[in-house]
Write a protein that binds this ligand. Structure first.
Ligand SMILES: [Zn+2]
Length: 78
């Protein structure tokens, strides 16, 4: 029979908990990373009216210029 001491039991319990937390952390971190990288897509816009270049995140084909307030079509996908 395997002899288990209290310190050995605590060691294995801690190790087991750490491994489980690490696995959960990696899975959730991967999910968050995927979500973040998908949300982080930014578009570089160039205003057709005042030719001001700006960055706006979103999936819309239209964006409002922060300088003159006119609507612009998407030109460059970053
Ligand atoms: Zn503009």
């Amino acid at each position: 029979m395997i002899r288990l001491t209290i310190s050995g039991l605590i060691f294995f319990y801690t190790l087991f908990s750490a491994v489980i937390i690490l696995i959960i952390w990696i899975i959730f971190g991967y999910k968050e990373m995927k979500k973040f990288s998908r949300k982080d897509i930014t578009y570089i816009w160039k205003c057709s009216v005042c030719s001001h270049s700006y960055v706006d995140s979103g999936f819309e084909d239209l964006s409002v210029c922060p300088l003159c307030g006119s609507y612009n079509k998407r030109e460059v996908v970053g």
